[in-house]
Write a protein that binds this ligand. Structure first.
Ligand code: 13P
Length: 278
């Protein structure tokens, strides 16, 4: 086969390849299960934790979404026990990036895995602000989490000043790029990113759906740039910051928002309404 005929043949082959890629990307989008996680922060003693899990247990039943309660380290084991046989996954709020040793006060990834933990929040803005975590330590923790087959919920988000200066997307892209340094595409596809504008955390000041969707889309585009479209289509991106029973359904209906990371409202029966947002 020669000349125009050959070019036609090649074109048909290229078309077939792009259709395959589009289909693969669509499959991933279809397959993206929502993930709704509570971040208890520094709340609930072990006995209160058991009580709260027992209260929320019947309210958060929903097979269509992944439900995670990220709890203080000391609550992990009792909460895990109380959540047995339910759809609730117990997660951690932090971990250290070393295997073991002289790091007084820290929790290792192996400790979490042994306790049955699958998800761990990494780089929450409160950890960055009060405990000097940086993009570099976040990256170390993300790599360590993957090494132990823990799913990191990687937090990012801008301050009010950054938003007002118009640097939100540049700033969040930088956080994401550093957090994913040396992370493989296969690992990245299983990660969860939580976009949490700092000015919306615990303030009752929720980002508008347009603002939340805009940044979540920019994060997905950034993942596509680092990896490829299939990885970007697979990764799950949550919104966090004053998520409540009244705004969850609108937020989670956005194309690039795959659920939420919920603070205050995760400690109340309202969390059941957020999980069953539809
Ligand atoms: P609030 O839902 O209380 O605003 O907290 C959000 C948050 O920081 C979750 O990690």
């Amino acid at each position: 086969v020669q000349g125009p005929q050959r070019r036609g043949l090649r074109q048909r082959m290229i078309n077939k390849e792009s259709i395959k890629i589009i289909q693969k990307t669509e499959d991933y989008i279809m397959a993206r299960k929502k993930i709704i996680a509570g971040n208890w922060k520094m709340n609930m003693t072990p006995s209160e934790a058991v009580e709260l899990v027992n209260t929320l247990k019947p309210l958060v039943v929903n097979d269509e979404v992944d439900v995670v309660f990220c709890v203080p380290a000391i609550d992990i084991i009792p909460a895990m026990e109380a959540a047995k046989g339910t759809n609730i996954n117990i997660g951690a709020e932090n971990m250290y990036f070393e295997e073991k040793g002289a790091y007084t006060g820290e929790i290792s990834p192996a400790m979490l895995v042994d306790a049955g933990v699958k998800y761990v929040i990494i780089g929450h803005s409160e950890r960055r602000e009060y405990f000097a975590e940086t993009d570099e330590t976040v990256n170390k923790k993300v790599l360590k989490a993957f090494e132990h087959e823990l799913t990191p919920i990687i937090c990012c988000g801008e301050t009010l000043t950054q938003r007002e200066q118009g640097v939100t997307i540049d700033f969040v892209r930088q956080q994401i790029k550093i957090a994913f340094l040396n992370v493989t595409a296969e690992q990245a596809a299983t990660a969860v990113i939580a976009y949490e504008p700092i000015w919306a955390i615990g303030t009752g000041k929720v980002a508008t759906t347009e603002q939340a969707q805009e940044v979540c889309k920019a994060i997905r585009d950034c993942i596509a740039e680092i990896y490829d479209d299939a990885t970007a289509a697979a990764i799950r991106i949550q919104y966090g910051g004053s998520v409540s029973a009244s705004n969850a359904s609108e937020l989670f209906a956005q194309a690039d928002i795959d659920g939420g990371l919920v603070g205050g409202a995760s400690l109340k029966p309202d969390f059941g309404k957020i999980v069953n947002y539809k």
